[in-house]
Design a protein around this ligand. Sequence first.
Ligand code: ADP
Ligand code: MG
Length: 577
Amino acid sequence: MDKIQILSPEISNKIAAGEVVENAASVVKELVENAIDAGASSIVTEIKKGGMSYIRVTDNGCGMSGDDARRAFLRHATSKIRGESDLERIQTLGFRGEALASIAAVSKVELLTKAAGQEGIMLELEAGGKVSEQPAGCPEGTTIVVKDLFYNTPARMKFLKSDKTETGYVTDIIERLILSRPDISVLYIVDGKERLFSSGDGQLRSCVYAVYGRDYAKGSLDVSRNENGVKVSGLVGRAEISRGNRNFQSFFLNGRYIKNKSLTYALESAYNNMLMTGKFPFFAVHLEIPPEMVDINVHPKKQEVKFSDERMVGNEIYWAVKNSLLQCAEEIKKTFVPKTSFEYKPTPALSEPVRQLELKSDNVSWLNQGKDADDINNKTDDIPESKAAYKIVGQLFDTYIVIQCGEKIILIDQHAAHERMIFERIKKLYKQKKTIGQVLLSPAAVVLSPKEYACLFDNIKIFHDFGFEIEEFGNNSILVRQAPFTMDNEELKSVITEFIEMMDSSGDFLSKHEEKMLEMIACKAAVKGGSMMHGAEIEALIEDILKSNPVSTCPHGRPIAITITRYELEKMFKRIV
Ligand code: ADP
Ligand code: MG
């Protein structure tokens, strides 16, 4: 018996839809790209419940005639290419004629459209088939509403994440849309609330303001270069607004968002020595490159692109960014007025000379030997408490505290030690469900990006559990009244944004992040290496360390203390052989 059958269009459309329509974000991406291809200068996107129940995209582009509207939902129906030769010079974002057919196969669609000089039309489709059609009075342009995504493909539905996560994916698409087209006005509404708005004034800086907030719009430099057929333009962040990850980086190639590791590397190289390790610059950079220098034969959904000469493109990016950074440094130099006289301030005296303190010998042995607290506890039972003496000798390189303790010199890494102290304290409080927070002397205002702002208030309870008291302050800024620890504004902002990132990347908050978050708080709140500490501060820290029973490493695993014995020293000086 013959086995092979041709699948019905309904089934084959559903299967094909799987390639184009993965989730609500991919629907939004296709609809928005169609709006751009239609020449729209204004695009409104609205979603509800992560886009699963409702997606609307409205544009003021060219619209469709009645016949085109009916054809638009057929597979391989496109107005963007006609013959094979058109494939060589594609100027539009779409050209495969698959998106609308695929979307309509797995949802309920309403289309309202009107082309210049034509009557408007309203179409309703379900599972790819037409349900109703009627003439409609509407302005020129197109509105597409997609309801109940995947209602007829439950298997797909299972792969979707929470509404919040799906919303995040859609937001990413809209953010890129805004950054890719400063000339288009974009409004984005989530569950009835305006989330993002860009005016379409043609300025990339306004787009950066809309997407990432004031700090990024103000703290970035213009980049512009046009050599060797590669036009590089856009904005790159000053070192001060660098971030702990690469989320705020985007390249657009001929208007299309792309990902490319070697171009990212080339751009970051322009910052050499300007950024701390683990920090990445912010950038939104547009590349205009003749199509023949780019491999266009890639799937339109793929964001990776190949260049005929990637090194050359990388070089152009490097020099474009480098020149802006150098120019900025020059300007700073010019405006910097050096002080005429150098004022010498003596270092405050350290505690003189020997302090007697009740010390538990186990604490001393911890400092001396750098063993784990657990090991010490196993060692300690038969060691009686004794009176030990230590002397703070001073601070080395503004980073290490030197103490003399009996026959030993102990070097303490001030940051690692302080970090461990804070970590243990807040972890205990957190586990006991006690308030970690400390009321700030003056509340701190922090500006966030619209996405960060939304994510923060979606997760406000977690912030509360970690000791934050945060109020809305308007215009995507927040007022922090209480924080887990007193720290300066910069650190506070970075703890908050890194928290948000963790929540955002994990979708929902996972308990495995708790420890990491406590670590982060401790790290930000602890005194940094390279900062001079006063005598009293050193004393307080050392006293703290000796009083507690800490582990020998900071939460990241670096040692807190190193010991050199007198014997070792004397051997080095050949006093003993
Ligand atoms: P493609 O974009 O690859 O051509 P689509 O399935 O996305 O395929 O769209 C099919 C066709 O429908 C497009 O080629 C275009 O002619 C028309 N179309 C879709 N969306 C719009 C819109 N917002 N405004 C005007 N025409 C549109
Ligand atoms: Mg399309």
